[in-house]
Design a protein around this ligand. Structure first.
Ligand code: NI
Length: 297
């Protein structure tokens, strides 16, 4: 990613816990400098590789393979989401924690932690993982979390043909709807890589594009204390924070992150709760909520 028109930004000023060079090293082969803190950067690649165990492939003419229901066992009912909360992030100090690349069986541990802290989060999910672990998606929804589209196989959407790009979004929308009964309204392009074609396709599927304001580089540095410090130090009001529930070291960091941010007065909300009554416009790209803290309506 070399910046420029490839990246659409709704709001500038995303802050991450590494230099842009550190992130760009993942795609550009340049040297990383992860020691730099709080640099103004372009949206960062969220990680170097796809989720563990996922072989990247571009969708062809085949659609996603639906799980075959076992004989005599009816398909489970759609998840019934937890009651929506009346939370106004113009009055409350909010942060939206987001977790990418699941679901995996280990997501259950994170859900236990979030429940114990009464924290809600947003999960950006990989379609082919959703097809493997639909019950985890149902649990996410049932426990009040938000789910979003993170493509079928973690492809770089900006590099795909229009047909392949559409498959990545539509297959994943279908898998998430089938698993949970919920049709997502959010997409996170893998690596934060987007362009006008991706934006147009997101708009077609009524998906707002969500990247992040803080990337603790948890996909690269498997160190719970480091991830904890980067998230806690980098978080500001109304920010969207990127993490990965497929990294056990990240899940291990979450209890301390929640404790410390709660002590600073933060409430943990979903992306849609963060935006509240403000419309998330399909196709637009967001890194944070431009709320009271930023002096915007
Ligand atoms: Ni990802």
């Amino acid at each position: 990613m070399s910046g420029g028109p490839k990246i659409l930004r709704k709001w500038a000023g995303g802050v991450a816990l590494a230099t842009a060079v550190a992130a760009l090293s993942q795609v550009g082969g340049r040297q990383a400098d992860a020691s730099a803190a709080l640099a103004e950067v372009k949206p960062l690649p969220d990680h170097q590789m796809g989720p563990a165990g996922i072989t990247a492939r571009h969708p062809g003419s085949r659609g996603p393979t639906a799980p075959t229901p076992r004989a005599g066992r009816p398909a489970p009912a759609p998840a019934r989401g937890a009651a929506p909360r009346a939370i106004d992030c113009r009055k409350v100090q909010c942060v939206a924690l987001t977790f990418d690349d699941g679901p995996i069986p280990g997501t259950a541990k994170l859900l236990d932690i979030l429940k114990a802290h009464q924290a809600r989060a947003t999960f950006f999910l990989i379609g082919q993982q959703v097809a493997k672990y639909p019950e985890m998606v149902r649990r996410e929804v049932a426990e009040g979390h938000q789910i979003g589209n993170h493509t079928w196989d973690h492809s770089d959407l900006s590099k795909l043909s229009d047909a392949a790009l559409e498959s990545q979004l539509s297959w994943t929308q279908d898998a998430l709807k089938k698993a949970s009964g919920v049709t997502p309204v959010l997409v996170r392009p893998p690596y934060g890589s987007t362009n006008t074609r991706v934006a147009a396709m997101a708009r077609k599927y009524k998906l707002a594009q969500l990247t992040w304001a803080v990337d603790p580089l948890d996909w690269k540095d498997h160190d719970s204390a480091m991830v904890e410090r980067r998230v806690v130090d980098g978080t500001q009001r109304d920010y969207i924070i990127l993490m990965h529930d497929i990294q056990p070291t990240t899940v291990d960091a979450v209890p301390k992150i929640l404790d410390q941010l709660a002590a600073k007065g933060y409430s943990f909300v979903t992306v849609s709760e963060l935006f509240g009554a403000a419309p998330l416009v399909p196709g637009e790209l967001y890194t944070k909520f431009p709320g009271t803290a930023q002096g915007l309506p």
